[in-house]
Design a protein around this ligand. Structure first.
Ligand code: GDP
Length: 365
């Protein structure tokens, strides 16, 4: 296998143009966690970056561009993956070399209560972007990245999951992502440079508040500031392979610079429980958590004072949950020369510290 290093790639990034579809619930294109990091990477590489913007009444807010730090460098266009005409217009206008399709209803828990909508956005949305590329006759020059997800492994069939592990999706979100996966493969088989990044969970201080890691880091920051008492969670015994989004967008970009389109897993190769994330996050503010009780009545208390800090609520359990994800980044290491640089402890620290700082300086969203 040919190892394409950043310095010696054949497919040059100078003067290239990228279109990012992102953040179906955000205020602007390229405003979601991954879109914003990807944007920074691409702008730094000299790309012209276009973002698909969903209409939102707060679209003129200054916050996203301030947070991204690249707001001015990104050209936003109104559109929606639910609207094929808007995709055709934006693709024609941006004329991209690379399309990073990140737009999704990305919350697994929410997909149970909005299953039809999630399928429309996540499954058919991917089809619409690919069909629009072909309808415009751009399929020979446009490279397409699909944000697939480790959720497709679901109730896992192998202890460590890689590109060859059988899929077993467990949520409307995962089923929709599997549709997007096979749609991407089918277009690739017809000659389009189309790749799936099967990304395990990736977090950062920009992660949405309704994902478990950010919910924990923010609650720990609030507790540190004496502003809230108890963190309420669902399943504490779920395991995830958590990496940092900044590392993962680099992997996405590397997939798009390869001579041939192929699918890759991006993961850290480590797995930790939600419980462990909670313990690690509290450790950052000098608190050791001691667990007491069992099942739904289990609580986490400050080991030195006995103060109640964590509780569980059955309402936060999902109808079906994925209990264990643990990925192998072996192929990405060998072929892309990619490896995650930010460790689990560094990730937790960065998230907790960022939330503490945001509360201090009032930039907290
Ligand atoms: P996901 O892996 O994409 O579903 O990412 P999440 O961060 O939403 O959830 C990761 C795991 O944490 C899942 O197994 C959830 O069931 C579990 N979990 C436990 N408590 C919570 C909670 O309060 N919110 C969320 N989002 N997940 C929770």
């Amino acid at each position: 296998r040919r190892l394409v290093a950043l310095t010696e790639r054949s497919y040059q990034s100078a003067n290239k143009t990228a279109l990012i579809t992102d953040s179906h619930h955000g205020k602007t294109g390229a405003d979601g966690q991954d879109g914003s990091y990807l944007c920074e990477l691409l702008v730094g590489q000299g790309y012209t970056v276009h973002g698909l913007v969903r209409h939102h009444s707060e679209v003129h807010s200054q916050k996203p561009s301030r947070r991204m730090g690249t707001g001015a460098a990104v050209q936003h266009h109104y559109g929606d993956v639910l609207d094929p005409f808007s995709l055709i217009k934006i693709l024609r206008l941006a004329s991209p070399d690379e399309v990073y399709h990140l737009a999704a209803q990305s919350h697994v828990g929410l997909s149970f209560s909005t299953s039809s909508y999630t399928s429309d956005v996540d499954a058919l949305g991917t089809l619409r972007v690919l069909e629009a590329i072909v309808a415009l006759g751009m399929e020979k020059r446009v490279r397409f990245y699909n944000a697939c997800s480790s959720e497709v492994f679901g109730d896992v069939k192998e202890r460590v999951q890689n590109e060859n592990t059988p899929f077993n999706p467990r949520s409307p979100y995962a089923v929709s992502k599997l549709y997007s996966y096979y749609t991407t493969v089918n277009f690739r088989d017809q000659g389009v440079f189309a790749v799936n990044g099967i990304l395990f969970n990736h977090e950062s201080p920009r992660r949405g508040m309704d994902f478990v890691t950010r919910k924990i880091s923010r609650a720990v920051a609030l507790i540190h500031h004496g502003r809230r008492c108890v963190l309420t969670l669902g399943n504490l015994n779920s395991y995830r392979d958590w990496g940092h989004a900044r590392d993962y967008v680099r992997g996405m970009w590397l997939m798009m610079q390869q001579p041939e389109p192929e699918d890759f897993v991006l993961a850290t190769g480590e797995t930790h429980s939600v419980r462990k994330f909670v313990e690690e996050a509290f450790r950052m503010i000098g608190i050791d958590i001691e667990w007491r009780g069992k099942g739904v009545s289990e609580v986490g208390v400050d080991a030195s004072t006995g103060r109640l800090l964590v509780q569980t609520d059955p309402a936060l359990y999902r109808p079906l949950d994925v209990g264990y994800l643990h990925g192998s980044p072996q192929k990405a290491k060998e072929v892309l020369g990619w490896k995650p640089e930010i460790t689990f402890q560094q990730l937790v620290r960065e998230m907790v510290m960022a939330d503490i700082r945001a509360l201090e300086d009032g930039s907290d969203l």
